[in-house]
Design a protein around this ligand. Sequence first.
Ligand SMILES: NC(=O)c1ccc[n+]([C@@H]2O[C@H](COP(=O)([O-])OP(=O)(O)OC[C@H]3O[C@@H](n4cnc5c(N)ncnc54)[C@H](O)[C@@H]3O)[C@@H](O)[C@H]2O)c1
Length: 370
Amino acid sequence: MIVGVPTEVKPDEYRVGLMPAGVDQLIRDGHSVVVQSGAGLGIGFGDSDYEAVGASIAPDAGEVWAKADMIVKVKEPQPAEWPHMRHGQVVFTYFHFAADKDLTLACLEQRICAVAYETLEAPGMSGKPALPLLTPMSEIAGRLATQEGAKYLERPQGGRGVLLGGVPGVEPGKVVVLGGGVVGSNAAQIASGMGADVVILDIDLDQMRHLEDVMADNVTTIYSDPHAIRKYLAWADLVIGAVLLPGAKAPHLVSREDLKIMQEGAVIVDVSIDQGGCVETSKVTTHGNPTYVVDGVVHYCVGNMPGAVARTSTHALNNATVPWARRLARVGPHEIAARDAGFAMAINCDDGRLLNRPVAEAHDLEVATA
Ligand SMILES: NC(=O)c1ccc[n+]([C@@H]2O[C@H](COP(=O)([O-])OP(=O)(O)OC[C@H]3O[C@@H](n4cnc5c(N)ncnc54)[C@H](O)[C@@H]3O)[C@@H](O)[C@H]2O)c1
């Protein structure tokens, strides 16, 4: 099969779908790989690095999409890429369909086979299904959320001028994490390591038991309900939104009204923004212009946070995606799906049929039965 790697076109996105090491493996498996010129530059790989492992270089995106049976990329196809998609083409990338009806309709219309990283399921350590292709980016986004939150708490950045770690004789910053899954636990771990007081709110008691076991003493878990959320919003310097209802739009845990009880200059980092955000006043921002202020509260809502640390992110993403890309190139999505129900969850649409129920519900569309 011919595998294509286009250059990412989302603003400030420096990651690339496949690094030369992954391309090398696909070529050794007997496939051809066509890479758009400059696709790896954002993380320091030139065209010659791809040519050295046997890839061919295409001058533009149109040629990559036209030649490839399977596209491997990072972010959801952007409107400029939609006309390139074609019937039966496998597109293996993040889609986040629930947050974007136009993208969903474009993929149905072009009748691609959309294999979404974020809904591919595999058995997790605790027995409940994990999302192994979302996990590495969630780890990065969680750690970065605290780093960005700490930055925007600085007064010149619009924040309330609080140092998360405090100093001897001065209390540390207060961090509230909504959702203690992968993003939330990584955010809490970094905040705790910086010396902040951290509260994680979640509804999964088993997960909270686990967090109590592994987190340091400056981290507390609290059951998430509207009363608890309001109590800790009033207390927080930094709020990190990290909830997920798999495949569905994030629930609004913080309303516009709730902002009034927050402290002036407090910061919200809404990592869930790629699923619509868990704060009513969140709207997607970019790395170029990451924040805005509503009712005195700084909002950071970058939809592709891991893109800021593109080198770390591309390595972490490829560690998880390349084995699946190799399987897809070897036997194709339908054969894998027939044997692996977790993988079947990743096929969100195929041949004009929408197969993911939460996405269908989010957009009032019909879900196909098989
Ligand atoms: N913006 C970005 O760049 C970026 C990057 C990676 C992940 N994300 C997003 O971050 C979000 C979290 O991802 P994750 O991998 O940590 O998911 P996860 O499933 O590991 O964790 C989500 C947690 O939210 C909890 N939760 C559900 N409802 C809740 C409620 N009402 N109150 C409190 N907690 C609740 C769940 O119990 C779970 O522990 C997702 O929306 C994901 O798409 C965004």
